[in-house]
Design a protein around this ligand. Structure first.
Ligand code: CP
Ligand code: NVA
Length: 306
């Protein structure tokens, strides 16, 4: 395993699938490893709101016998000017793992440089690798395999899209994305995914047409059009993303057995209609549950306990 999980690209070939195998086993046997992390702790550092990430890490660590400590930047001395480096050094003396949710991706990178414990990226403005683990677990549950499956993402080329694209490239799934002009995935992550895909045979396609993107999809995915920190752009984004709503018509253009995925929280009537997210093809609550199983597996692996 890598020292940290800042990006899915930190995982070498086979490690991602192996984490999913462990997560599926943990779901089947919730009592397994119930005291494996006894005496261990994780710090959960948040600059932004969270429901799923916070609760799934807290409860997941508890189920493994360990302890979670919630750390809000509103309360920490970092909010009054203590450096990231000193915070990393100090927290490394108290806890065994550190998860961070930050605005700047560089904050997580700097924390990992100075921490002497594994650091987990719990979402930055650029990446959301823990989400991608749960996303692929949900595809595994539905279809039994990953290689050769196709995930189509409709909307903003954001943190969730970047990590999903990288995870598909790493695990050998085809990935297509349709975004409005100006909201494409970042070139550096497209290049990274392209490099990973040459090893696994994954196909990575970008474009602007949602209809073209969902053709042949096993899973259709969308995320909010306005991410945390972009609230002042909301009106402009609502206008720019018109035509990018995942609705029944778009789902009908994917495979007949396709599932719908969303990291949540969602906005019904914007990036997805209520008929889709609350409909029979939706797996969004299984996907949310899978955050906990995959993160339990990740914590066990980073601490070399499974
Ligand atoms: N999907 C996700 O990360 O949800 P939260 O923002 O609630 O943690
Ligand atoms: N793209 C969203 C994901 C939230 C889980 C955001 O960054 O706000």
């Amino acid at each position: 395993m890598p020292a940290h999980l800042l990006s899915i690209a930190d995982l070498e070939d086979g490690q991602l699938e192996s984490i999913l195998d462990l997560a599926l086993g943990l779901q089947a046997r919730p009592d397994a490893h119930r005291s494996t992390l006894h005496g261990k702790s994780i710090g959960l550092y948040f600059e932004k709101s969270s429901t799923r990430t916070r609760v799934s890490f807290e409860v997941g660590m508890g189920q493994l016998g360990g302890q979670a400590v919630f750390l809000s930047t509103r309360d920490l001395q970092i909010g009054r000017g203590e450096t990231i480096a000193d915070t990393a050094r100090v927290l490394s003396r108290y806890v065994n793992l550190l998860m961070l949710r930050t605005f700047e991706h560089s904050t997580v990178v700097e924390m990992a440089e100075h921490a002497t414990i594994p650091v987990i990226n719990g979402l930055t403005d650029e990446l959301h690798p823990c989400q991608a683990l749960a996303d692929l677990m949900t595809v595994r549950q539905e279809f039994g395999d990953l290689r050769g499956r196709r995930i189509s993402y409709i909307g903003d080329g954001n943190n969730v899209a970047h990590s999903l694209m990288i995870a598909c490239a790493r695990a050998g799934l085809d990935f297509s994305i349709a975004s409005p002009p100006g909201y494409e995935v970042a070139d550096k992550y497209l290049e990274l995914a392209g490099a990973l895909a040459t090893d696994t045979g994954a196909g990575i396609e970008t474009g602007t047409d949602p209809h073209a993107a969902v053709a042949g999809a096993d899973a259709v995915y969308s995320d909010v059009w306005t991410s945390m920190g972009q609230e002042t752009e909301r009106a402009q984004r609502l206008a720019d993303f018109e035509g990018y709503t995942v609705d029944d018509d778009l789902m009908a253009r994917a495979r007949s057995d396709a599932i719908y995925l969303h990291c949540l929280p969602c906005h019904r009537g914007e990036e997805v209609t209520a008929s889709v997210v609350d409909g029979p093809q939706s797996r969004v609550f299984d996907q949310a549950e899978n955050r906990m199983h995959t993160q339990k597996a990740l914590m066990l692996r980073l601490l070399d306990r499974a």
